[in-house]
Design a binder for this molecule. Structure first.
Ligand code: PLP
Length: 395
């Protein structure tokens, strides 16, 4: 069966399958930094591209390549580039599209370090970012100027769970030959495939749902353009050096095998948590695109298969109430990161999103007291029981 003929769940297990000389079910981990040559002639043939072979793991490694090809098949791309982390993928991809004097337009609500890189780091290299509300397409159109080279966004966004219309944004960008880069970490390719909606590059923190077990840090970028992937790999990943470990590539391949099953459970648990919270009198606002009252619900229904595993919310009262709630939880773990089997909870403004200034938070779509829950794979009744007992104690 060819890859193109297989369904998502099958591709997650079999895409780009390689023959192993020992017929091992799982591909071996090529835990090696370098590859040997029999003689200088073979080395010369390799370096002059007469012979296709691995040379050095930063430039290519069979385990990493298999991960890149498998995730590319799932995203509907031609190939991918694996990175040491999601942030290495994000910064390398953005750098690959801009030079000094150019401008990026980003959605206002982003993962804290992505916001920090655009707001604080890139200006030192002559690249400025305008932060706009991309849920308002007119605001986006008005912001685009001659210097705009890249639109950068997440959907759903971290932590506000805002939904951005990918097809509409890609259409607007295409009119001015602007590249669109989407962080698909929250949705994963099982729930959303941005490349099919006209987006140029998808990036991931593979640390999250792709790993799924909280045991590996990694990133990946996927595109439909093979020349671009070649440029990103050899011009950026290799030169900047944010290479993935082969061991992590193997862990991520293992994670991918169960991605669809896990995303279904994460999504159904999140929906149950959101419904529970929405009905609780202590809760002020719930942000989950699966709720009909969510402003992005109709767009999410169109561009996503399900609504994902993250629920953000605010309690009535102040930051102290939010702090007491997270500290009274017993089963749910207080931690950054998301997408793991364990349900994780955090207060973004105090943890992952400290790059946002306090007075700016509201403008960027969340509050100091906003709480983010990454619904794990535990039984939903147990997750909700823990939330309930903590809410009772807070009251
Ligand atoms: C949406 C999103 N993108 C990117 C990242 C960064 O990924 P990493 O921690 O793998 O560098 C994160 C991390 O939390 C994230 O939540």
């Amino acid at each position: 069966m060819k890859d193109g003929e297989m369904n998502f769940d099958t591709l997650a297990i079999h895409a780009a399958e390689q023959h192993d000389q020992n017929q091992a079910l799982n591909n071996p981990i090529y835990m090696t930094s370098t590859f040997t040559f029999t003689d200088l002639q073979q080395a010369d043939d390799t370096f002059s591209f007469k012979r296709k072979a691995y040379v050095y793991t930063r430039g290519g490694n069979p385990t990493i390549n298999l991960f890149e090809q498998r995730i590319a098949a799932l995203e509907g791309g031609v190939d991918g580039v694996a990175f040491a982390s999601g942030m290495a993928a994000i910064t390398s991809v953005i750098m690959s599209f801009v030079k000094s004097g150019d401008e990026v337009i980003a959605h206002r609500n982003l993962y804290g370090s992505a916001f920090g890189a655009l707001k604080h780091l890139m200006p030192d290299y002559g690249v400025k970012t305008k932060f706009v509300n991309m849920t308002n397409l007119e605001e986006l159109k008005d912001a685009i100027g001659e210097k705009t080279k890249v639109l950068y966004l997440e959907t759903p966004t971290n932590p506000s769970m805002e939904i951005i219309d990918l097809e509409a944004v890609a259409k607007i960008a295409a009119e001015d030959s602007i590249k669109v880069v989407v962080d698909n970490t929250f949705a994963t390719p099982y729930l959303q495939r941005p490349l099919e909606l006209g987006v140029d590059v998808v990036v991931h923190s593979a640390t999250k749902y792709i790993s799924g077990h909280g045991d590996a840090v990694g990133g990946v970028a996927v595109s439909k353009n093979q020349d671009y992937i070649y440029k990103l790999k050899f011009g950026y990943m290799c030169e900047l050096g944010g290479v993935m470990s082969p061991f992590n590539a193997w862990l991520l391949l293992r994670g991918l095998k169960t991605l669809s099953l896990r995303m279904e459970r994460h999504s159904s648990n999140a929906m149950k948590i959101a419904n529970f919270l929405a009905e609780n009198p202590l809760v002020e606002r719930v942000m989950y695109p699966g709720m009909e009252t969510h402003p992005g619900h109709e767009i999410a229904k169109r561009q996503m298969k399900d609504f994902g595993g993250i629920v953000s919310f605010e309690l009535k009262g102040d930051l102290e109430t939010a702090k007491a709630f997270v500290e009274n939880l017993k089963l749910l773990k207080l931690a950054v990161s998301l997408g793991d089997a364990e349900t994780l909870v955090e207060i973004p403004a105090l943890m992952t999103h400290r790059d946002y200034l306090e007075e700016e938070l509201k403008k960027f779509g969340f509050l100091k007291k906003t709480i983010r829950i990454s619904a794990g794979l535990e039984h939903p009744d147990d997750i909700i029981a823990d939330i309930k007992q903590s809410l009772e104690r807070v009251r």
